[in-house]
Design a protein around this ligand. Structure first.
Ligand SMILES: C[S@@+](CC[C@H](N)C(=O)[O-])C[C@H]1O[C@@H](n2cnc3c(N)ncnc32)[C@H](O)[C@@H]1O
Length: 450
């Protein structure tokens, strides 16, 4: 791999004797990994995923190895492909069930899906992405994962901040960066590299962090991570945070085998910076990463936490349609507030402040849509429903599943009541389908058909 000359010179100086070992890794293959989804209680169809002995020691749901994106397990959200070093970030955030968490730069959703597992689908996760196309991908991944506690917003950090002042218990800023740590996985990233690029990135990172800190509650935790080796974006950002925000202090992070403490001399010499962790590919089986954890020492003032959210409510006819659907299917829906945006019905996580005026992709779990005199359940609801939480379900074979996700209707042998059924394949919830006579109509989203 041909690295930019300026990059080679910079890291020869910074790494000294270690530089040769560091550069050698760029000619080795990148490392792949995947995580399994602990909130889906069905069985993985391929036991190999769990029996893989190549476990990642700092992430109990993570494994080394490559997965196929076209399998039932992947498409129904049982596994997620994620580079191993990136898995350390979700572990460092360490969200606790019931907390309010913000993942500010979240697409495509590797860290968000990890956080959802760690929160056991409780509390509130606001997963935000500034670019709308990337936010759509994020929303799709969150849906696949079966999240019931997550809203997906599509805002810039400074526009999001006024809506969530001092609100979150923990915030992750997995910052846009120069991406040096991913060069061997995504060599195209090298084209943007120049001597000033890291300083440009650092400016943007400071702006993002300033907005993030407006949203952190007193006593809350901020985790900052990048996938670059550049001190300007790593130690120097940690130094900037400590000097600009005296209420912040750094929290030590556990160094597993092969992880390094950050280098205070690459920042401003503040010894606290040692608490951050670097993952170098010549020391660890993974790509380059930097992770730093801060806690706010501010004391909580009495706040008005009981702002009533303002949303549309269902009218009488819609309430009846929805109740009929619940009665017919025997479905248990997650706890939360039922709200309507246009014709779409959502359940919002309990305790969420008003999200009126925020651009979102998903203001909670999408339950379905009201169409002329009927309620149509959503694909998100299918993926978030465990087959034990519903009476109306039909088991289909792997072969039928392949036809269904291709867009075909299916036939059943026995007569059943007409109406909505959850299709279940080898324990995995696949889709809602409407049974008419003996035909299962296809409601698999057109954009996801294979
Ligand atoms: C490192 S990636 C995030 C990866 C993600 N956390 C994951 O684990 O899948 C950084 C994200 O920041 C977004 N971004 C770019 N510029 C931004 C800005 N000015 N403010 C906030 N986010 C930005 C990018 O679109 C990108 O999705």
């Amino acid at each position: 791999m041909e690295l930019p000359i300026g990059f080679i010179e910079k890291y020869k100086k910074l790494l000294g004797q270690e530089a040769d070992g560091f550069f050698a890794t760029f000619n080795e293959p990148s490392i792949s990994g995947y995580r399994v989804n602990t909130i889906k209680t069905g069985k993985l169809t391929t036991k190999e995923y769990l029996e893989n002995q190549n476990r990642i020691d700092y992430c109990d749901t993570g494994f080394y190895g490559q997965i196929n994106g076209k399998t039932l397990d992947h498409i129904t959200g049982y596994i997620y492909s994620q580079e191993p070093s990136a898995m350390y970030v979700g572990e460092v955030v360490d969200p606790q069930p019931g907390e309010k968490i913000l993942d500010l730069c979240a697409s495509p959703g590797g860290k968000s899906t990890h956080l959802i597992n760690k929160m056991n689908n409780t509390g509130i996760l606001v997963s935000n992405e500034i670019f709308s196309k990337r936010a759509a991908v994020l929303s799709e991944n969150v849906e696949r994962w079966g999240a019931t506690n997550t809203i997906v917003t599509n805002e810039s950090p400074d526009r999001l901040a006024p809506h969530f002042q001092k609100y979150f218990d923990r915030i992750l800023v997995d910052a846009p960066c120069s991406g040096e740590g991913m060069f061997r996985k995504e060599p195209a990233g090298m084209q943007y590299w120049n001597e000033d690029y890291s300083n440009e990135c650092a400016n943007r990172q400071q702006k993002i962090l300033a907005s993030a800190l407006e949203m952190l509650r007193p006593g809350g935790t901020l985790v900052y991570s990048t996938c670059t080796f550049a001190p300007e974006e790593d130690e120097q950002i940690a130094a900037w945070l400590l000097s600009e925000y005296p209420m912040l202090s750094m929290v030590p992070i556990k160094n597993y085998d092969g992880m390094d403490s950050a280098n205070p001399d690459w920042g401003d010499g503040n010894p606290e910076i040692k608490n951050a962790v670097r993952l170098f590919p010549h020391h660890i089986k993974g790509e380059g990463h930097f992770v730093a954890k801060f806690v706010s020492n501010e004391v909580e003032e009495n706040q008005d936490k009981n702002k009533t959210p303002k949303y549309d409510q269902m009218d009488k006819a819609e309430t009846k349609l929805f109740n009929d659907f619940i009665f017919e299917t025997g479905l248990q829906i997650p706890e939360g507030t039922l709200v309507k945006f246009g014709d779409n019905l959502y359940v919002l996580p309990i305790g969420l402040n008003s999200i009126n005026k925020i651009k979102f992709m998903r203001p909670g779990l999408h339950l379905g849509i009201f169409k002329k005199n009927r309620f149509e359940p959503s694909h998100s609801l299918a993926l978030a429903t465990n087959s034990e939480q519903i009476n109306h379900k039909i088991i289909i074979s792997l072969d039928q599943w392949k036809h269904y996700i291709h867009g075909e209707t299916l036939m059943i042998d026995e007569l059943k009541d007409k109406g909505w059924y959850l299709l279940v394949c080898e324990g995995h919830s696949v889709s809602f389908s409407k049974l008419v006579g003996k035909t299962l109509k296809n409601f698999y989203p057109k954009g996801l058909r294979i």
